[in-house]
Design a protein around this ligand. Structure first.
Ligand code: TGC
Ligand code: FAD
Length: 388
């Protein structure tokens, strides 16, 4: 029999393709060499380095699943998940930047855009030259995006947009926003460029979580959007939800990447920490915690892998995505908190990175459908009753 690997107990590594392993290793190298050294300061100062988008573009991490003709790498869903896992092992905010660009800004243009829109925006977005954001949430809407108030009215040559969005990742540094608005009571997607008159995007500064990611609002004051910038291929909530399917799937991998970092940090720390004459890791209580963490992480990753293979095969349903997003985010948050505790006081320092993961995962558990909202999506599928 082969030896038990504590950091790959179910032998996932050998079930990846050569190409997936290659992508994973490239993402791991970039994340550890280029992102880890700058994250502590970025988190402390609450600043996002726009250069990261270019770097990720050069690495092929933006819109990685899209065809080469649009600057993509034609990567599998599994490869996309592996990238998310490695980047989020450093910081959920950096994974946010990657997943918003790929799944929430590029994907809708690819899936629902015209040929002209695809050629105009996607290659530059894949290179990180243009940054996009996704405006669905409104201050009064949150979990209930169907209640959105942002409106589009047809005018000569295009549309006039009025309204506002809140909690929008990357909006203050974006060159374009995918804005979802009601046109005659039907939700439609619009590509709104930053320099369209009446468009504003201000940073939300009072954030104790995801500080290395920039979050803002979007203001739309009578913004004229030309006909060429409406997404022609979709009507209704299916549009934004199709993008969320991709992003939520990536988060299921990413959150486990953050949890894995915390688990490994707790293992290393308790292995070195000498108390009462022995290493902390020689204690039963500590070992049980490590075993619980390990079990949840590698089961969660197996679930993400199974889902990724379904997405790659084309036979999948959104409820499975809800299950994996919910499970992996909730478990990752619990694991990060436990790892923080096992580090004692050292666990609250920036240097150990664990407390930062705890704070970030609070957001990850809430955005892209809050933990309980995904429970209600599953509850509806189990019982046939909508309890929203
Ligand atoms: P409901 O009646 O369930 O559905 C309305 C229409 O949408 C279709 N649909 C989907 N289509 C594709 N994929 C899915 N997952 C879909 N879910 C629903 C559905 O078939 C229907 O189509 P049609 O043609 O029949 O009209 O809609 P509801 O209003 O009852 O909504 C239910 C609920 C609560 C599940 C939904 O509103 C929800 O998921 N709320 C959570 C909101 C959310 O996730 N917001 C995310 C904002 S973006 C974000 O957080 C980015 S953070 C990124 C980062 O920084 O990484
Ligand atoms: P609410 O909807 O007010 O929920 C509050 C609580 O009520 C939650 O615990 C929820 O689970 C619970 N709840 C809600 N409905 C029910 C119910 N029916 N029954 C029982 N409990 C319920 N949005 C975008 O569009 N684009 C982005 O790029 C983006 N980035 C974000 C970045 C950050 C840092 C954050 C914090 C959010 C971001 N969001 C973005 C918004 C995010 O998707 C919302 O925060 C999320 O959907 C929850 O909405 P809310 O914050 O208004 O909470």
């Amino acid at each position: 029999p082969r030896t038990f690997r504590w950091d790959d107990p179910l032998g996932m590594d050998e079930r990846l393709t050569d190409e997936e392993r290659m992508v994973r290793d490239a993402a791991r190298g970039y994340a550890r060499e280029a992102l880890l050294p700058r994250v502590v300061e970025a988190f402390e100062t609450g600043s996002f380095d726009r250069a990261i988008m270019r770097e990720m573009g050069e690495m092929g991490f933006l819109g990685a699943m899209l065809p080469e003709a649009y600057g993509g790498a034609e990567a599998s869903h599994v490869a996309y998940g592996l990238i998310a896992r490695e980047i989020e092992a450093v910081d959920s905010g950096y994974r946010s930047a990657m997943s918003v660009q790929s799944s929430l800004a590029m994907y809708p243009i690819y899936a629902f855009g015209s040929d002209e829109q695809k050629m105009k925006y996607l290659p530059k977005m894949a290179a990180g030259e243009l940054v996009g954001c996704f405006g669905l949430t409104e201050a009064d809407g949150g979990s209930d995006p169907a209640s959105m108030k942002t409106k589009a009215v047809a005018v000569e040559g295009g549309y006039r947009l009025n309204g506002s969005k809140y909690w929008i990742t990357n909006s203050p540094v974006s060159d374009l926003a995918i804005v979802w608005a009601k046109l005659d009571d039907t939700i439609r997607g619009f590509i709104v460029e930053r320099d369209f008159a009446g468009f504003t995007a201000n940073k939300i500064s009072d954030k104790l979580s995801l500080r290395a990611s920039i979050t803002g609002d979007i203001g739309l004051d009578d913004v004229f959007v030309p006909e060429a910038n409406i997404l022609p291929g979709v009507k209704g909530l299916r549009g934004p939800f199709s993008c969320l399917n991709k992003a939520r799937y990536g988060i299921a991998w990413g959150a486990m990447g953050a949890a894995e970092f915390c688990f490994q940090a707790a293992r290393d720390y308790t292995g070195e920490r000498m108390l009462f004459g022995r290493a902390l890791s020689s204690r039963q209580l500590v070992q049980k915690k490590l075993a619980d963490m390990q079990t949840e992480i590698y089961l969660g990753l197996e679930g993400a892998l199974a889902l990724g293979r379904q997405l790659d095969g084309g036979a999948w349903v959104p409820e499975t995505i809800s299950m994996m997003k919910r499970n992996n985010c909730g478990k990752a948050l619990a694991i990060a908190r436990e790892a923080r505790d096992m580090h004692g006081g050292a666990g609250i320092t920036g240097e150990m990175h664990v407390m930062r993961h705890v704070m970030n995962l609070e957001t990850v558990n809430t955005y892209e459908g809050a933990h309980d909202v995904h429970a209600l999506i599953l509850g509806r599928a189990i019982t046939g009753h909508s309890a929203f």
